[in-house]
Design a protein around this ligand. Structure first.
Ligand code: COA
Length: 559
């Protein structure tokens, strides 16, 4: 079947559905929702059987939904309507939420229902719910809707006939609805308000007398003070007292600041930082090490999976300590939302010299990748519970084994960021796993890969678990099995021998030097594409056209 995605951007949900439907054998093409005329042209060129709208900010043009079956994914339970579905659900503290696939008509989110799914909802950031629960539920609901369409004869259900529909229409959530009352709101309420606005638009507030939007909130048990008072810095976050405790705010966006994009609070308010004390920052950097039997687990839960120079260095330090332990296996657990997305583009954009900071950051990433690759004391595993992109995906390949949750989406390529060459020793690890020709294709195609697809190609070694919890408990079971397998010593020796042999053919340092020479050109050379692309990415400049590698229907026109 030909399925046209009409979407605001190729975001995580859209990528996941692209992977799912392509895996089911459908021909998927993508058009960004830029203007009605562009949408109409895309439909005329591609002649889709159905149109899917995973992430839209505007209504589908009349002429399109009247003449085509257009399925809209709404991140809300049946009957819920409005542009702030998840925001309200989080603020209200719903225990169960859902996704509905409806047929577009003249009423926004009011069409007949093709499929619906629900999921249990705990206290979590909106972006996290979206990338995990909403994405999983959407995947199930879309597959059901597409199967129903293929079978033929299915009549979508009008809302008024849906049994037990409890959703309602809600308006756009405004900053007034999000406002924190620091005198009277307790920690749970503050967390709920910030989570409901994370990653966008944030909660408007004031810190150090300046306007800012708050993100990345964490409860700080055991801390308290006069409600609203700033208590100090923990990691890069500022700790603020609530009515009954305190929260740490990790990231802010200052609309009137020198940089108007999201940054760690301590960077955005660097000049104010000395006015507050430094508190004990144990555990505030997102890095955590656990040990069970002879397995070490290294967690690194960095906001948005972005790994700044300092974070890479801290992680390398933690990794070296893990290697010094009398364990047998080290599992690199990453974070729940993302395993890693590579160098920290926002901090690079904010640096006095973005080229220098890009250089420092990639060196720090490479040091980490190289340390993992050179490890001969342990077997290493990258366990991807969340997605990984660009340098983050290649960092995972530095481990001996890569395990992934089936819902994970990988973007093992760099070119989308202004034709970046990329490093993290990818030119050693990727061809070694899948051969030079396929490695070249992946780098050029710039498309997301589902974990299962990546497993078939050899990029991932095993794919298991149904959800985050089952994945992580299975990781622990398998890592333990690996550590006690009868030929563990033999396997470790074979790994060391393989490394020694490969090093004698071509030392790792040569791969690294070659990649870095290319990266140096990207950072310091005449072609500013990387700096331009990074600026657009960090400032979230809306797309003016759909990239050619996504809108296959436009290639058809040329052929
Ligand atoms: N540095 C800083 N921020 C990053 C980041 C990075 N490397 N990668 C992602 N983010 C941020 C995004 O800006 C976004 O921020 P928000 O909280 O304001 O929404 C958030 O993480 C989620 O990213 P988004 O693009 O919305 O997620 P996605 O799941 O739709 O897409 C990627 C995932 C990896 C495809 C996409 O984020 C991407 O291309 N990232 C850049 C990767 C890269 O080029 N790294 C540098 C080279 S190593």
């Amino acid at each position: 079947m030909r399925i046209l995605f009409l979407t605001h951007s190729f975001n995580s949900l859209t990528q996941r559905l692209f992977v799912d439907l392509t895996e089911e054998g459908h021909e998927v093409s993508i058009e960004f929702d830029i203007a009605d005329s562009v949408t109409e042209e895309a439909v005329a060129l591609f002649q889709p059987d159905i149109i899917l709208a995973p992430f839209l900010k505007r209504a589908i043009p009349d002429a399109v939904w009247r003449n085509n079956v257009c399925l809209v994914i709404h991140p809300g339970i049946v009957g819920d309507r409005g542009p702030s579905a998840l925001d309200w659900a989080i603020q209200r503290g719903e225990n169960e939420w859902g996704v509905t696939v409806l047929q577009a008509n003249a009423v926004m989110d009011g069409g007949d229902i093709w499929a619906a799914e629900t999921f249990p909802m705990g206290l979590a950031k909106k972006s996290s719910l979206y990338r995990n629960q909403v994405t999983e539920a959407s995947s199930r609901a879309v597959k059901t809707a597409v199967a129903r369409y293929l079978q033929g004869g299915f009549q979508p259900c009008p809302l008024k006939e849906w049994p037990g529909a409890r959703g309602k229409e809600h308006p756009l959530m405004r900053q007034a609805d999000r406002k924190i009352n620091w005198e009277s709101d307790d920690t749970q309420t503050v967390l709920r308000k910030i989570h409901a606005a994370d990653g966008f638009p944030g909660v408007r507030d004031e810190l150090f007398g300046s306007n800012c939007y708050l993100f990345d909130a964490h409860a700080e048990p055991g801390m308290a003070g006069r409600p609203g008072a700033l208590l100090g810095w923990r990691g890069h976050g500022v700790v603020r007292a609530t009515r009954d405790g305190a929260v740490r705010i990790g990231h802010v966006r200052r609309p009137d600041g020198e940089h108007t994009f999201k940054l760690p609070a301590s960077v955005a308010f660097a000049s104010e930082s000395e006015s507050l004390p430094l508190l004990d920052d144990t555990g505030a950097d997102g890095i955590r090490y656990e040990e069970a039997d002879s397995v070490g687990y290294l967690y690194f839960d960095f906001y948005n999976g972005a790994m700044a120079t300092a974070q890479c260095r801290l992680l390398l330090d933690a990794y070296r300590k893990a290697c010094a332990r009398p364990t047998r296996v080290i599992v690199l657990m990453g974070g729940e939302d993302f395993w890693s997305n590579g160098i920290h583009l926002n901090l690079i954009e904010a640096a006095d010299s973005p080229a220098d900071e890009s250089w420092n950051n990639i060196q720090a990433m490479d040091d980490l990748a190289e340390a993992i690759l050179r490890t001969t004391s342990h077997l290493t595993i990258a366990a991807l519970a969340g997605n990984a992109g660009a340098g983050g995906a290649f960092l995972a390949l530095a481990a001996d084994l890569v395990w992934a949750r089936p819902g994970v989406v990988l973007n093992p390529h760099y070119k989308n960021m202004g034709n970046l060459y990329g490093s993290e020793l990818w030119s050693y690890t990727l061809p070694r796993r899948i051969g030079a020709a396929q490695a070249q294709d992946i780098m050029q195609n710039r498309l997301p890969l589902g974990a299962e697809q990546a497993r078939r190609m050899g990029i991932v070694d095993a794919c298991f678990g149904t959800d985050m919890e089952s994945f992580r408990s299975e990781v622990k079971k398998r890592a333990l099995e690996l550590s006690v397998m009868p030929d563990y010593e033999g396997r470790l020796a074979a790994k060391a021998e393989m490394r020694r042999c490969e090093e004698s053919i071509k030392p790792l340092v040569l791969y690294r030097e070659f990649e870095l020479a290319e990266m140096r050109r990207n950072f310091y050379g005449f072609d500013p594409s990387y700096h331009y692309a990074r600026y657009q990415f960090v400032h979230k400049t809306p797309h003016a056209w759909t990239p050619r590698h996504l809108c296959r229907h436009r290639d058809n026109r040329q052929s």
